[in-house]
Ligand binder design. Sequence first.
Ligand SMILES: [Zn+2]
Length: 294
Amino acid sequence: METVISAGIFVLGLLFGSFLNVCIYRIPRGLSVVHPGSACPKCGKAIQFYDNIPVLSWLILRGKCRNCSTPITPRYLIVELLTGCVFLVCYWHFGLSLATLKCAIFGFLLLGLIFTDAETRLLPDKMTLSGLVIGLIFSWFVPVNDLLSALLPGVLQVPVSLHFSYRLYSFLDATLAAVIGASFLYGAGAIYLRARGVQGMGFGDVKLMAMIGSFVGLRLTILTIFAASLAGSAFGLSTVLAVWVKRTARRKRAFHETSAVARKRAWPSAMIALRRYQMPFGVFLGTMGLGARD
Ligand SMILES: [Zn+2]
């Protein structure tokens, strides 16, 4: 029985993943996610239902359009499988409960945002702001169970029923996490802009952080920001180093320079890479958020 439910949840995840792929393609382009049906972006031929089965169709067609053989990105397959896995892990963790539903929706939204950000550098309001509202509503029903909920009841002694106050504190915790998370990112973005003269983070990241906060509560929000900052910096640093090493090797080959000279002359290229480097913060934030899911 357990296996049957698990399999069902996984298939449900695959189907939602399939829908998520539609969202990832259409939402940044301002298109409707329900109408019209899927079509090949190259030849415009409508995709039949039997070519629209999650995972299987992509494998059978070997990642190509049946009509014009244009390659279809493996992102379709990856997003479907990841969504299936997220749904399954949520179910294993929380069983058939409201917590599973919350967790699955959160994972669904984050996967959508991670892949949209990676492909288009956009974090659409339709995902982040709707997510924020959903997270706040869920905090009322599935307690985020964090610092505020643990500390405040004893301090304030609100004369309301425990059940009610529990929900209220969870909601306050989620709200506070959304506000603090968003403010922190907004502040960091403003400092970055002044220091470097380029925009390192967009408003999308701020809204994404608010959404994550509303789902995970204050403690995990702070943890997520720390982890994402570390990952982002490490990624940026390795990008710069990779450019430097590559350019040095190329100079040595092309101009027969000594290592020391080549390294020195390749340095400006690395600095240009640093200046051009735009931290895909949404990707890191989303990934960390997935990890921080309670
Ligand atoms: Zn086609």
